[in-house]
Design a protein around this ligand. Structure first.
Ligand SMILES: Cc1ncc(COP(=O)(O)O)c(C=O)c1O
Length: 365
């Protein structure tokens, strides 16, 4: 008799999240030097953490026998001030992923439904499944969220509706006028989640915080994993109306955001130069890939984030062949896009190496 029969059925049925292939694992499996491997598979910051964050991390190391500030006072205050909100509007998470999970803990059960776009970030579906809720997937023509169709999909059961803006893995965004039209229609029994993990890369991102200030049932998710380069520390946050964040606060673990992460994140907020350098490197890298994809006659989705989705015919094969040459990209079968790969923007040298390996592999297809 298997212990599985006593476990939560939804957990047993779950297909676990598959992260980008780690450098160390690739090096072990292929007998390569880890330093020779280029990983462009998890939308990380190729410039690393901000120098000011590195100082904060070093300074924090000697105090790791002390529990973190469970209330996250300094970081939450800084975020509240930056976005002209109150402390109570800010929830910290062990990555913004944890805030997604907290939302599902608080609002989903077997009778509830979560709405997301067809090619939305895959974690929403995993979470809906985990909590036994219905996952409602709305078609996204040309890889852009269709907010009218998403509003039409709302029923009495709907509790959460995710708008990833820009979305991963498509890199597309919906504009403010479209969001405003959508928000005029969405009923109060739905929490609208604007997942803005790539916010800093967008020049004129829609203002969604106005809905938080208006007290709508809304939460905006952001992270230090991407433009701030702290993916390994796991720190993200939600900016929500008080009635939403108040519920999440009850469900989170007392010390969910670790102290090193809190201090590094706080320091990162002040290191504007690093974010600027990151955003500029990203813009150059995106232009580089898009220009070459046009020359190569490859279909791609114009991206506003730090990655680009490109149709190569057989994504698994390209991934596997590029891996052998020490370049890690992300195959997109898990997103029902078996012909596509997603490439994260690297440094100039990484992008050049990636493209040259990609070209040589594709010439053999
Ligand atoms: C759209 C989106 N939301 C949330 C996350 C989670 O990021 P983190 O938990 O590192 O903050 C990611 C990570 O790739 C993402 O792409």
């Amino acid at each position: 008799m298997s212990i599985q029969q006593y476990a939560n059925q939804y957990v047993c049925d779950l297909k676990a999240y598959e992260p980008g292939k780690p450098v160390e694992e690739t090096a072990r499996e292929l007998g390569l030097d880890p330093d020779s491997i280029v990983k462009l598979a998890s939308n990380e910051n190729p410039l690393g953490p901000a120098p000011m964050a590195l100082d904060a991390i070093r300074n924090a190391a000697g105090e790791m026998h002390i529990y973190p500030d469970g209330g996250g006072y300094k970081l939450r205050s800084a975020l509240a001030e930056k976005f002209d909100l109150d402390l109570e509007n800010v929830v910290l998470g062990n990555g913004s992923n944890e805030v997604i999970e907290l939302l599902c803990h608080c609002f989903l059960n077997e009778g509830a439904a979560l709405i997301a776009a067809e090619h939305a970030f895959v974690v929403y579906k995993l979470m809906a499944t985990l909590f036994g809720a219905k996952y409602v997937e709305v078609a996204d023509p040309n890889f852009v969220h269709d907010l009218d169709a998403m509003a039409d999909a709302v029923t009495d059961e709907t509790r959460l509706l995710f708008i990833a803006n820009p979305n991963n893995p498509t890199g597309t965004m919906v504009d403010e006028a479209t969001i405003d039209r959508f928000m005029a229609k969405v009923p109060d029994h739905v929490v609208v989640v604007f997942d803005e993990a790539y916010y800093e890369f967008v020049n004129d991102a829609p203002d969604t915080l106005k809905y938080v200030r208006e007290g709508r049932n809304v939460i905006v998710l952001r992270t230090f994993s991407k433009a701030y380069g702290l993916a390994g520390l796991r720190i993200g946050y939600g900016l929500g109306a008080r009635q939403v964040t108040g519920i999440l606060e009850k469900a989170r673990q007392p010390f969910n955001a670790n102290e090193v992460a809190q201090r590094a994140a706080l320091a990162s907020l002040a290191d504007l130069e690093h974010v600027e350098a990151t955003v500029s490197n990203n813009a150059h890298g995106l232009a580089f890939y898009e220009t070459h994809f046009q020359e190569m006659g490859l279909e791609y989705v114009p991206s506003l984030a730090n990655f680009v989705l490109v149709n190569v015919g057989d994504g698994d094969r390209l991934f596997a062949e590029m891996l052998k040459q020490g370049v890690i990209v992300r195959a997109m079968r898990g997103y029902k896009l078996p012909g596509w790969v997603r490439i994260s923007i690297g440094t100039e040298a990484e992008n050049e190496r990636c493209l040259s390996v990609m070209k040589s592999v594709l010439s053999g297809f």
